[in-house]
Design a protein around this ligand. Structure first.
Ligand code: GAR
Length: 190
């Protein structure tokens, strides 16, 4: 069974979707570790409820990014994690993690990259008045949402949609596309 480490900072709906796909037999993997940089994040309760091991840390308690990433890499090695799945991890990955996992680290972003990288991509698209947005899954490199694109799916923005409607529509797509894309990757299909 391929061992995944899921990194998250917030609600964890994508973490949940991954767990659900594993339980349904649609994703042949296990989540060996949840890594979270926000001790109050909702995703931590979800991980505990599912029996997923967690590594929760506070970046400000470390002298720099290299120090906490070195500890993360150690935790990943202990669990023999093969892939890093960023699922709402709201932090730029540094050289320490990239050197250890480049090519085996992917991210999901709630826009059609290269449009609307960075924070609040859904709000950026909504404010721009674009007629389509969507979801991108890409390999992680040193940039902000810049790595090689693996999969995308489109969400149409209708004129009567609120920002909350758009967010819900994008998340519905994310929850299908992420587990399916991970399954293809780990079975050599992408
Ligand atoms: C997701 O919509 C994900 O695409 C986004 O954060 C949300 C996390 O939701 N990621 C980014 O914006 C990365 N730049 P979740 O915690 O419910 O999975």
């Amino acid at each position: 069974m391929t061992k995944l480490a899921v990194f998250a900072s917030g609600t964890g709906s994508n973490y949940d979707a991954i767990i659900h796909a594993i339980q349904q037999g649609e994703l042949e993997a296990e989540v060996a570790l949840l890594v979270c940089d926000q001790p109050e994040a909702k995703v931590i309760e979800k991980a505990k409820a599912n029996g997923t091991e967690t590594f929760v840390f506070e970046p400000k308690q470390y002298p720099n990014k290299q120090a906490f990433e070195t500890e993360i890499v150690e935790q990943l090695k202990q669990r023999e994690a093969e892939w890093i799945i960023l699922a709402g991890y709201m932090r730029l990955v540094g050289a320490t993690l990239l050197n250890a996992f480049e090519g085996r680290m992917i991210n999901i972003h709630p826009s059609l990259l290269p449009s609307f990288p960075g924070l609040d991509a859904i709000g950026q698209a909504f404010e721009a008045g674009v007629k389509v947005s969507g979801v991108t899954i890409h390999y992680v490199d040193a940039g902000m949402d810049t790595g090689k694109i693996i999969a995308q799916d489109v969400v149409k923005i209708h004129k009567d949609m609120s920002k909350a409607d758009l967010q819900a529509a994008i998340q519905r797509v994310e929850h299908q596309l992420y587990p399916a894309t991970i399954q293809k990757l780990i079975t050599g299909g992408e």
